[in-house]
Design a protein around this ligand. Sequence first.
Ligand SMILES: [Zn+2]
Length: 252
Amino acid sequence: MVELTILGNYGPYATAQGACSGYLLNVDGFQIMLDCGNGAFSKLQKYTDYSKLGILILSHLHPDHYSDIYCLRQALKYQMKQGKRQDPLFVYLPEGPQQLVEEMKQWDDVFALASLEEAGKAVNDFNLFTLRFFPVQHQVPAYGVQFGMQGQALLTYTGDTGWFPGLEQFCCGSRYLLAEASLREYELAERGAYHMTARQAAQLAQNCGAEQLILTHFFPEANLHQLEREAEQNFDGKIHMSATGRKYILEL
Ligand SMILES: [Zn+2]
């Protein structure tokens, strides 16, 4: 069984009770965390025993996607000291910004780092599931990820990205699309290179043949009803508005 739990769904800052980007994929008990933004580690503890995390994927190194790694590091260190965990956590991340990556490289007692630039060259096969990484369009090196099982692309996460021609190709064939919807329409001209609107996310889902769209990475002041309506006008499938604690069983 594959279960997706939303830990945090805001960017670049969260609401009073909310958290920034963080998603937990439970694959028959194997736990994959997608992004670890501010507040996401706190929420994670509500839904799982984090000492059992198998893989962490950082789509890019902006604070709303990685900043809780500082807390996670301390927590894992303590867990290892207590004998509750032996192995470092496998962390996929981009090779830049260099200063941040260099800092994280020093934490090799708790993290085993893997470059997304390298991992993106092939399908990463973990027997039970596969991970495909693809570069997206953002201010810093950033990646999306496609999770697959039994030869079927199940979930694609866009991370933060502006729409670009190759994006549909990367997302194609995935039943579920977890897509960012950061922008309001009037912001598109100024910031459209790096983020998408709900309309664009919906068009992406429509064009790449997804069955269900989960919208995420909301600006805290955005009107979510309006975003949902914009998405509905451009996608025939089912639309979900992400929220902390929401769970989705992903069916093959
Ligand atoms: Zn972000």
